[in-house]
Design a protein around this ligand. Structure first.
Ligand SMILES: Cc1cc2nc3c(=O)[nH]c(=O)nc-3n(C[C@H](O)[C@H](O)[C@H](O)COP(=O)(O)OP(=O)(O)OC[C@H]3O[C@@H](n4cnc5c(N)ncnc54)[C@H](O)[C@@H]3O)c2cc1C
Length: 390
């Protein structure tokens, strides 16, 4: 049976794109968000994948920053600089969310500023209670309200999604800093699962840090962040602080977590659709929302989990499996993060491969094969660079 009346809780990239697709197909869609278009704490970086799937993000008139070059560093070592085949595009989240919500509204979705405080999926028609006491009923509810567990269908739902555990999250903290740059910078720290970043936007920088929630205290993150700001010569004067949770799911969490029930589905961060290595989530939020909207519109919501898995669920599981190894294991006597930057500095072949990972054109499925295939050339380049250095 086609769910006719759809209630979407959350108007970020996942909820807004789902709303647009379902409304465009003629379904009755209401979307709730307690902020609507707001500066959600985020880098705002969009990779090649997102720009290829949603060209309006590249072509549209909205203010954004095109970034042709990234700089990677680990600890006190010199940086590796990489030109990107396809530039990254960086949005302020207020602009991006506003653009996506406007498209949903134009497609016929009813967009309301309201906060849901409880969700009940136990009867045939699911319902949400709002903060003003009102109750909204629908035929189907989409939970796209970000990664917190508060509104998840409870254990009585069948299937019941287990709440994300602290080990499935990263804590983030950062500043919006007045300033301009054309280079996106990422810095890894020795023995630290996470990284620091400086993302240039149209008229400011988003500078921040992420670290595993169960491994790094907020105080530690602030200490690293403040030291990084000093190093980059960035002042906290006029800067605005932000902090937020970012899903960083473990492999088995992604594999085991249901995203669809009889009258509900999860999309975006609510479904933990985030790359556990890079923290990229906007593309996966948009595309999961789109796949869900299409599945609802075509009368087959049951196809959503399969389509999600086929398109990128297994890729995210691969990232989740690789993440602990990337941050913890050692190679040739040094941390993999250190070696990665060292190799990128010395080998143009390796650098191109890594640039593909960061710009989103290189997937994790074919990455090990390409790494092995290119290893002899990379090692020759590294040896040559070491000799030339001497
Ligand atoms: C610091 C940081 C940096 C990041 N940088 C990047 C990056 O550079 N590139 C990238 O691709 N990804 C990045 N991400 C990840 C990205 O921000 C998320 O993956 C993406 O926003 C997920 O979209 P979403 O629609 O699922 O959720 P969200 O964007 O979180 O949207 C959820 C919406 O639900 C609303 N909401 C929540 N609760 C309720 C409620 N009870 N009632 C009504 N509305 C509610 C909120 O107001 C919000 O608008 C970053 C994340 C963080 C924390």
């Amino acid at each position: 049976m086609t769910p006719r009346g759809i209630l979407i809780i959350g108007g970020g990239p996942a909820g807004a794109v789902c709303a647009e697709r379902a409304a465009r197909a003629g379904l009755g869609v209401t979307l709730l968000d307690d902020h609507l278009a707001w500066e959600k704490p985020c880098g705002g970086g969009l990779t090649h994948k997102a720009l290829r799937a949603y060209p309006f993000l590249f072509d549209g008139p909205q203010p954004k920053k095109m970034v042709p070059e990234i700089e990677l560093r680990c600890g006190a070592d010199p940086p590796a600089k990489m030109k990107l085949d396809s530039p990254l595009v960086i949005y302020s989240r207020q602009t991006l969310n506003g653009l996506l919500l406007e498209r949903a509204e134009r497609a016929g979705c009813r967009v309301r500023r309201a906060r849901a405080v409880a969700l009940d999926v136990s009867s045939e028609r699911p319902s949400a209670r709002l903060s003003d006491g009102a109750q909204l009923e629908a035929d189907f509810v989409v939970l796209a309200a970000g990664p917190r567990n508060r509104l998840l269908p409870d254990a009585t739902a069948d299937p019941a999604p287990a709440p994300l555990a602290p080990a499935d999250f990263e804590q983030t903290a950062g500043y919006y800093v007045p300033g301009e740059s054309d280079v996106l910078k990422i810095k890894f720290l020795p023995d630290f699962r996470g990284y620091l970043w400086s993302f240039p936007r149209a008229d400011h920088l988003s500078v921040g840090i992420c670290g595993k929630l169960d491994e790094s205290s907020t105080a530690t993150l602030r200490r690293h962040l403040d030291a990084y700001m000093d190093e980059e010569g960035l002042s906290q004067q006029g800067a605005r602080f932000y902090s937020h949770l970012l899903p960083s799911p473990r492999e088995h969490t992604l594999r085991a977590r249901p995203v669809l029930g009889a009258n509900w589905a999860l999309a975006g961060d609510a479904a933990a659709m985030v790359d556990s290595i890079t923290g990229e989530g906007i593309f996966y939020a948009m595309r999961s929302g789109e796949l869900l909207g299409e599945s609802l519109a075509s009368d087959h919501p049951e196809t959503y989990p399969r389509r999600l898995r086929e398109e990128f669920g297994s890729e995210l599981e691969r990232a989740a499996g690789l993440a602990p190894r990337f941050y913890r294991e050692r190679f040739l006597g040094a941390a993999i993060t250190t070696r990665t930057i060292d190799f990128a500095r010395r080998s143009p072949t390796f650098r191109r491969l890594l640039a593909g990972v960061f710009s989103g054109s290189q997937d994790y499925r074919t990455l090990p094969l390409r790494l092995w295939a290119q290893l002899p050339i990379s090692l020759a380049e590294i040896a040559w660079s070491a000799l030339a250095g001497r």
